[in-house]
Design a protein around this ligand. Sequence first.
Ligand code: AMP
Ligand code: GLY
Length: 428
Amino acid sequence: MSGPNPIRRVCVVGSGGREHALAVVLGRTADVVVTPGNPGIAGGTAEGHIITCVHTPAEQIEADLYVIGPEAPLVDGLADRLRAAGHLVFGPGADGARLEGSKAFMKEVLAEAGVPTARFGVFSDPATATAYLRTLPAPWVIKTDGLAAGKGVLVTGSLDDAEADIAAKLSGDAFGDAGRRVVIEEGLTGPECSLLVLCDGQRLAPLAPAQDFKRLGDADQGPNTGGMGAYSPVPLVDAAMVDRLVDEAVAPLVGTLRARGIDYRGVLYAGVMLTPDGPKVLEFNVRFGDPEAQVVLPRLDGDLAGLLAEVADGSLRTEPRFLPDAAVCVVLASDGYPEAPRTGDVISGVGDAGSLEGVTVFHAGTADTDTDGVGTLVTSGGRVLGVTALAGTIGAARRRAYRGVSAISWPGMQSRSDIALAAAGVAP
Ligand code: AMP
Ligand code: GLY
């Protein structure tokens, strides 16, 4: 096994906080070109590497390694097209990406692999769906089959709301075609964690666990979002639990994918609930979690470009290692997120926050507008910024992150005040 050639230039596809974090950490050892990127990404690195953003399609960019950030281009077969052109690509082909593109397919594969997961049914007819719903105890869980940017899941204790949600999804009104099939699941309880595991088609290498905060409001109130904050490491998920999750959830999945002829090269993101009956998989995603990437990647102790190249090449042999420091990320979201994010609000304080010790501000939904020759940073999406801080303990990282948060403002800015609060209490 000779391994990949040295990686001098990496192309990253995407424009969010995850891609900003990827660019910064890849930029420790390589030049990085991000398509299309965002206003926070471009610049030089302390190591002398250059990070640029371009609007050129990835197929037209020359690089030694291609890292595809979001699920949509993966589901759409971008990795297949780049591989067909002879490139080294981190990210599954359309066959593997179907795990995230269809929750019904994912649940079917999990059942075949014997991975512990919630009981479920798949429906496209409202009457049959409602009949199944009524056989389950509360809380009720209804998911769009197709991609819905992390917003297609309703968990509710109200049977009326559950039935209305089924009708709205199946009619196509709520999520278009993505909702015309739904997965209805048994409701599980317990703390959640995100385990990102690198897979070179066969070999697996877990990254440090993270915990995400899916609900919009403090104390897990309000609607589900793409994620309002994260931290890593997770005191609840020790090395033995990571091994157990790899053995019980990820390895059987990869075995089943291989049996189906799927050569999965990228990251498998297991969303796990630690239930009283043991860990159960809520979902697999086919990309780095966001904001999880913003706390896991900065903790990596080593050469991310080389590591991802080994995965892409099918020659994974480096064991990822992590700094002992903890990382906490607080997401700042726009007014109206998640239902109807308002764009165009002027953002202030990003420079001040980024100059605080240990703090990095990752951009997710920002745009530069030019008013009379003066560049102004404005909101351009739902999740706008991720304020990430590193420090010796979760509590110290959390204090630093919130110091960064208080430096930033725009009209209607939303954030949670309790990211990593419980973990800071129990961590050493
Ligand atoms: P998913 O996109 O499938 O991970 O679902 C988004 C969020 O909904 C998860 O992070 C959980 O908080 C919640 N959720 C999903 N499935 C279930 C379930 N079966 N029981 C309870 N909560 C769930
Ligand atoms: N943080 C949730 C996700 O990336 O899907």
